[in-house]
Write a protein that binds this ligand. Structure first.
Ligand SMILES: [Zn+2]
Length: 239
């Protein structure tokens, strides 16, 4: 029961960026944008381990335990695709899972930001997908996948054509071939309430989407990204 409640709470938080005072203005990326999110959740303003971040590749500490992160996302599942007011979000029925240093997490949902939220050596990518996972104690882990302009991505066409409906998909199609090379750090949700204690993973290899697909996504939401936040001494692991 606790597990279900935690899952529901996390799902609600991630879906709506919910805060108690729904009668007040809601957060967005415009008038009530990132610089003002402190009015929705204090953590957004005073948190010391916030996401997203800029990764300075030369100062990330190299770790050789290449398979600390195990991704097991290959599934054929139905998924709900919808526009939640902040981005396009997909909730697979059976979303696959991941493990980090032996702790298992289940995939709850994934969604898109354009342009990317995390940057590498100051470079911002065209899009970033966030695969949000949760462990049995409610702890969250997000796997980020960067997109650069290139060839057409069939999964994105299906997603764009299914907004407000259901589709079949394999979450594994969102991952690059090499999932053993990634950055890892401790961060937060990138939307209010900006809660911390989130394990972050960013795939080093971007995947491709066509120019048309990138534009189509950004027609829904242009600039639904939070600017990068100070590291405050956090160490970034490079695998
Ligand atoms: Zn996100």
């Amino acid at each position: 029961m606790t597990k279900i409640l935690l899952a529901l709470t996390a799902a609600a938080l991630l879906t709506t960026g919910a805060f108690a005072k729904e009668d007040k203005a809601h957060w967005d990326y415009d008038k009530h944008g990132p610089a003002n999110w402190g009015q929705f959740s204090e953590t957004c303003k005073v948190g010391k381990a916030q996401s997203p971040i800029d990764i300075v590749s030369s100062s990330a500490s190299s770790l050789d335990t290449k398979y600390a992160l195990l991704l097991d996302e290959k599934r054929s599942t139905t998924a709900k695709v919808y526009d939640n007011g902040h981005g396009i979000k997909i909730e697979p029925k059976d979303g696959g899972q991941m493990a980090f240093n032996g702790v298992e997490y289940k995939l709850l949902q994934f969604h898109f930001h354009g342009a990317s939220e995390n940057t590498i050596d100051g470079k911002q990518y065209a899009l970033e997908a966030h695969m949000v996972h949760q462990n049995k104690d409610g702890g969250l882990a997000v796997v980020g996948v960067l997109f650069e302009e290139g060839k057409n991505n069939p999964m994105l066409d299906n997603i764009l054509g299914s907004v407000g409906a259901e589709m079949r998909l394999d979450p594994n199609d969102l991952l690059p071939e090499d999932t053993g090379s990634y950055y890892h750090w401790e961060g937060s949700l990138t939307t209010p309430p900006c809660s911390e204690g989130v394990e972050w993973f960013l795939m080093k290899t971007p995947i491709e989407a066509s120019k048309d697909q990138i534009e189509a996504f950004r027609k829904y939401y242009d600039n639904n990204f939070r600017p990068t936040q100070p590291l405050n001494g956090r160490v970034i692991g490079s695998y």
